[in-house]
Design a protein around this ligand. Structure first.
Ligand code: GLA
Length: 388
């Protein structure tokens, strides 16, 4: 595969020069959904699937991009000078946003580059293909131009670029996970302080299965930003009666005591999810430490119910995948993962039950929804790296 990528790069952009090959993972979140922009905890891991990038500096200021995932778009060109003014809806908005964000932070590239990408994360699956491209671009810029930025800074720049240049008001979870991933570990992250802990995540005799609904969704046109706005409004109202820095400062008990101050019922439900999900995530990390994978699974299930009923970001596709999974022996826990509205679910399944899971959940999904889901048995992987 590595040789094939280099060969394709030669074909597109010519041979010679210092050609380098990189990789950045995708991510899956185990629990702690829609908590990251509410100052709460998340518990995701990086994956071994992700985005490959082949890059080479140029002598001039041109930027040339090509993606093997969007071959029909061909080679897309811009330049360092012009890119500040160019807005576009094509995929290069992700790497160009990061290049621009680097410049704004005083890390201005002094020449252009050729960049070819290939991702093996299913597009629009909710496994963070866009954050993977953002962190990968930052990693490449740091390596090619010798910029001083830590991996955490790469994550923050990626998030800034997504917020500012790609129209999604996302939190830090995706970019942080991708930049800081560690093989066989999940990351227990407090998004308010960015304090984190690596938690070994190799459930004994069990596998992580991602079920992809194949219902495509773009974050930008989903209701993601709307949910965030509802939480902000809830925070403003409850914050008037009790001094807090974020919804995640509240325990369930204190929330119940003061929730009537949130006048709008919808906003109250959103806040309830944020508060309870944060506590569930803390409990889940603790359960894992105690080797109580059963409790971990129950908390995953409760997370899905809350996302379905209070946060309302699931929909029939994700609900079907999860509810069919719950019916099966050998399923330790199952829930939607990522932003929702389509995308994927994550399930922890006993090793001996994996084939049965794929067959039964897959069959029921097709019968009910009308098209097939895809299943991936995945492992927690490392953060970004240079391969060649
Ligand atoms: C998307 C965002 C994240 C996070 C999740 C929901 O993946 O990019 O910041 O908010 O949704 O947990």
């Amino acid at each position: 595969m590595q040789e094939k990528l280099i060969e394709k790069f030669h074909e597109l952009f010519g041979e010679g020069g210092d050609i380098r090959l990189y990789f950045a993972p995708g991510r899956v979140n185990l629990i702690g959904e829609h908590t990251d922009y509410n100052g709460g905890h998340v518990f995701p891991c990086a994956l071994t699937i992700g985005t490959y990038g082949v890059a080479r500096k140029r002598a001039d200021k041109r930027l040339r991009f090509y993606s093997l995932n969007f071959e029909e778009a061909g080679v897309l060109e811009s330049s360092l000078d012009e890119q500040k003014f160019r807005e576009s809806a094509d995929w290069t908005a992700y790497p160009r946003g990061v290049i621009r964000a680097f410049g704004e932070k005083g890390m201005e590239a002094d020449c252009g580059m050729d960049l070819m990408l290939y991702g093996n994360i299913p597009n629009g699956s909710g496994l963070s293909s866009s954050a993977s491209v953002e962190v990968l671009t930052g990693f490449i810029l740091r390596d090619l131009f010798g910029f001083a930025a830590t991996n955490q800074e790469l994550a923050l720049i990626g998030q800034y670029s997504e917020n500012k240049y790609n129209g999604v008001n996302c939190g830090i979870m995706d970019q942080f996970t991708i930049a800081m991933g560690k093989k066989d570990h999940a990351i227990f992250l407090d998004t308010a302080t960015l304090r984190y802990e690596y938690a070994p995540f190799m459930p004994k005799d069990a596998k992580i299965i991602i079920s992809c609904s194949n219902k495509k969704r773009g974050l930008g046109d989903s209701k993601y930003n709307e949910r965030r706005g509802e939480c902000e409004s809830a925070f403003a109202q409850i914050g008037e009666v009790i001094g807090i820095d974020s919804l995640s400062d509240l325990s369930e008990e204190v929330f119940e005591q003061y929730k009537a101050s949130i006048k709008d019922e919808v906003c109250r439900k959103r806040a309830k999810h944020a508060v309870y999900e944060n506590r569930r995530t803390i409990r889940a990390a603790e359960a894992l430490k105690q080797n109580d994978i059963g409790l971990f699974g129950e908390l995953m299930n409760a997370s899905h119910i809350s996302l379905r009923d209070d946060y309302e970001v699931t929909g029939p596709e994700l609900d079907t995948l999860v509810e069919e999974a719950w019916k099966l022996d050998g399923v330790i826990g199952s829930r939607m993962t990522g932003a929702g509205f389509g995308g994927c679910t994550v399930s922890i399944v006993k090793e001996g039950a994996v084939d049965d899971f794929i067959e039964r959940v897959g069959g029921a999904y097709k019968a009910k929804i009308g098209y097939a889901a895809d299943f991936y048995v995945v492992e927690a992987g490392d953060g970004p790296k240079r391969l060649l």
